[in-house]
Design a protein. Structure first.
Lengths: 493, 315
């Protein structure tokens, strides 16, 4: 285990025996909970998740295989002031990215200013069809998932921005519900910021981006169907928002409008929260083989007959080659200093960077510029010699398709695994919602690499999830009152 | 509501009802096997179960003997038989999964739990152990499904389509059961009402939970024509054809207020024949003919419902 030689920031412990102030209460509680009880809580959670059907399908396995994402019963804690920085930083990023998207599909000022190369206009995710199309409110990324990692007390980095159809928010909400069910006493002891209003905020935002003049807009959620890996989330969000969950076959285009087929005839649709990539939304405009989309949808969209969230063409901004420019965008569009830092990134299209990376592969993480979900990446420190050799060939075949970053010393959080409680690497994905305002609920999806030493947290690669608690301060007096009350309760039992 | 959603709900309910009816047939058949009866061979005992479900041909393509073990496996657990209990429950769950949003979470979780629990019977040879337990389980889960949907769902169109599926399927099953049994149980040369075996008729009644009802309603020894009357014309007998159509016509009226829809006319016509029909007339023209026509009309109604509401291609 070469990675064990490095030291990692431990979210709970400040040293072999020390516990950080933030976790002091929780660590006390945890010490007094027998391991067997924690394990039985974990099993209870698994049973409940299975019964509710909170499962995901893994591509490449037998069709219809449904797996649970491992859920860890130990939460990740964030202090209110830490959250404050993260949320402001994430909001700032998304504001700049939305302005960038508007710009790149209109006047292209940022290219004229020389900050972004005009190569971007030939990028595979750039949609020339979107040029000069005005989207309501100028919002492109209505829902953005910002992946953040931590390497030290005050060192947070943005790993990537997800602006297409980011998923995982249902786990943020279901993990919270589960924790409240399993450990109600902890929720009394701590003041944990609530996240349950996320679907309501999302729905309000979606209604707000309907074309002007629509009085009571009809919002639907467009899913690829029950066999999609994130189908549970689609169903969950539709249910929580109280909107129809539709498939492409349920919608059709007539004139400059989109309708859904109902038992009482066609019904007009105003806003589509689509969980389908650009390529699949309309076989007439994009991939002609797509059975999932709606023929003619894109032309209605361009003519303002329906709103899509996220907008078409956001992929050009969440690509790893654009990621590098986000700090510049923040300065350019907002005139602000970036609150959150990028991870230092090598662009393999540049000669010097390529040479450096090829010499240092065992220390680096190499990613495909347009890859996602942890597929097609090399994690140098944990890769075998053979894997590194193979990957070197792939890079040389098409260097500009890759970027590289130093292997980040991702922070760890105590996690319940087979051997007991042990540190595992974590990341954080808060979801930024843009409508009339740009907001996020105080919480996030926390992903955890369940395998010892692993730095890959993606659920498709065996990663699990944790509930994330943003703690609101309680005065020492409040804490002692609660402690007393809890003791009395125990005595009564 | 979305046509596709309505379609999934309708079929989900149909499949659960189908599984329950199949369990009922298997249950009473295996019970009859316990009654000493020299006249019936193993094949003669089990073959009707296949005929009721319209599966005899498919069975013979795969199996040579009508043994209890073969028939039970084929009708209960065989994934390759699209009308087995396994397949029906699997389809019910797949339909539910596709529209889990359209029902209450309790209803969805109930169906999901049903499917998860099914695995406990996986790989068991039901002919040897536990057919009774299995059938009880299927029936109990079906009861639970109806209870939880009835007890928690908003009385909107989603609920109506779900109930519609239940009653269309149930009417079909009751008619088939009665048709097959009536033929088999009446010796060819005998008049209706001749000497038939008490146990077999009581089994028919039990298969639709009507044994006690019969005693209450008729207060008489079991007579075949009265069994038929109970299962065809009695409105107060929940699995009778008339009871099913009372529900179906009411549901269709709810769904189509103010609209002329062909399926509503068909349902009304069938309902009238059950409401105003007389058992002696039905017997005069032949019960078998009556039931055959009923099954056909019921199918036609199903197709028309599909046309009016569920076919997503009709924009």
């Amino acid at each position: 285990m070469s990675s064990q030689a490095r030291t990692y920031f431990d979210e709970m412990h400040s040293g072999p025996a020390g516990v950080r102030d933030l976790y002091a209460n929780y660590a006390n509680w945890l010490r007094n909970v027998p391991a067997a009880q924690l394990e039985s809580k974990r099993q209870e959670a698994e049973l409940l998740f299975r019964r509710v059907g909170i499962t995901f399908n893994v591509y490449g396995e037998n069709a219809g295989t449904e797996r649970l994402i491992p859920f860890d019963v130990i939460p990740r804690l964030l202090a209110a002031k830490e959250w404050d920085v993260l949320s402001k930083g994430a909001i700032q990023r998304v504001r700049a990215l939305n302005m960038f998207l508007h710009d790149i599909y209109h006047d292209r000022e940022i290219i004229k200013a020389g900050l972004v190369s005009e190569n971007i206009l030939t990028h595979s995710q750039y949609r020339p069809e979107m040029f000069d199309v005005d989207v309501p409110g100028g919002i492109y990324a209505h829902i953005a998932g910002i992946d953040i990692v931590r390497t030290g007390e005050n060192q947070f980095y943005v790993l990537e921005d997800n602006l297409r159809t980011p998923s995982g928010v249902s786990y943020m909400l279901e993990d919270r519900k589960m924790m409240m069910r399993l450990f109600p006493e902890l929720f009394r002891r701590y003041s944990i910021a609530p996240v349950e209003h996320y679907p309501q905020v999302l729905k309000n935002n979606l209604r707000a981006v309907a074309q002007s003049g629509v009085k009571d807009p009809t919002v639907v959620l467009l899913t690829p169907g029950a066999y999609n890996s994130a189908y549970f989330e689609h169903a969950f969000l539709a249910q929580q928002m109280g909107v129809e969950l539709v498939e492409g076959q349920d919608l059709f285009v007539r004139g400059n409008a989109v309708y859904m087929r109902t038992t009482e005839g066609p019904k007009r649709v105003d806003v589509i929260y689509r969980r389908l990539d650009d390529e699949y939304i309309d076989p007439l405009a994009f991939n002609p083989d797509s059975m999932l989309g709606v023929p003619g949808l894109f032309s209605v969209y361009r003519n303002g007959g329906v709103t899509l969230a996220n907008a078409v063409g956001t992929g050009v901004a969440d690509d790893k080659s654009t990621y590098i420019r986000v700090p510049d965008m923040i300065k350019f569009y907002l005139g602000e200093t970036p609150i959150l830092s990028n991870v230092p990134t090598y662009e393999l299209s540049k000669k010097d960077d390529l040479a450096y990376v090829l010499d240092n592969l065992p220390e680096l993480v190499v990613k495909e510029v347009q890859g996602s979900g942890g597929y097609g990446m090399l994690v140098g420190p944990t890769a075998s010699k053979q894997e590194i050799t193979d990957f070197r060939d792939r890079i040389l075949a098409d260097p500009s398709n890759y970027i590289a970053q130093p292997t980040l010393a991702l922070s760890t959080c105590p996690t319940l695994v087979e051997q007991g409680i042990a540190p595992r690497h974590v990341d954080l994905r808060p979801f930024v919602l843009s409508g009339e305002t740009v907001t996020l609920v105080p919480g996030a999806l926390c992903r955890v690499a369940m395998r010892e030493g692993s730095l890959v947290v993606n659920s498709s690669q065996g990663g699990g999830t944790k509930d994330t608690w943003v703690l609101q301060e309680k005065s020492p007096q409040e804490v002692s009152e609660i402690e007393t009350a809890l003791k009395d309760e125990v005595a009564v039992c | 509501m979305l046509s596709r959603t309505a379609n999934h709900l309708y079929w989900m309910a149909r499949y659960i009802e189908r599984a329950e009816n199949m369990a009922r047939i298997l249950d009473v058949t295996s019970n009859m096997a316990l009654v000493p009866n020299a006249a019936l061979s193993e094949a003669a005992l089990w073959q009707p179960a296949l005929e009721i479900s319209g599966n005899a041909e498919a069975f013979q393509e795969r199996f040579s003997d009508f043994t209890a073990s073969n028939v039970i496996h084929f009708l209960a657990m065989d994934p390759e038989n699209p009308s087995s209990i396994y397949s029906a429950l699997h389809s019910a769950r797949e339909n539910a999964r596709a529209v889990r949003v359209a029902m209450t979470s309790e209803t969805w979780e109930n169906i999901n739990a049903l499917w998860l629990e099914f695995s406990q019977f996986d790989g068991k040879d039901l002919a040897v152990d536990g057919l009774r337990e299995f059938c009880d389980w299927v029936k109990a889960r079906s009861h639970l499904f109806r209870g939880v949907s009835f007890g928690t769902m908003l009385r909107d169109d989603a609920f109506q389509f779900l109930r519609l599926g239940t009653f269309i399927e149930r009417a079909d099953n009751t008619a088939r059961l009665l048709d097959v049994k009536y033929h088999l149980l009446l010796p060819k040369e005998e008049e209706v009402g001749g000497g038939v075996d008490y146990y077999e008729w009581s089994a028919v009644l039990r298969s639709v939970s009507a044994f006690q009802a019969y005693q209450k309603v008729f207060n008489d020894t079991i007579q075949p024509w009265r069994v038929a009357e109970l299962l065809v014309l009695r409105k107060d007998m929940p699995r009778s054809l008339h009871a099913c159509f009372t529900e179906i016509t009411a549901i269709l009226e709810n769904l189509t207020t103010g609209r002329h829809v062909e399926c509503r006319r068909i349902a009304g016509e069938i309902n009238a024949s059950l409401q105003y029909g007389r058992m002696d007339h039905i017997f005069q023209n032949g019960l078998h003919e009556f039931l055959t026509e009923f099954i056909e009309c019921n199918n036609q109604l199903g197709a028309e419902i599909q046309n009016s509401f569920l076919n997503i291609h009709a924009a």
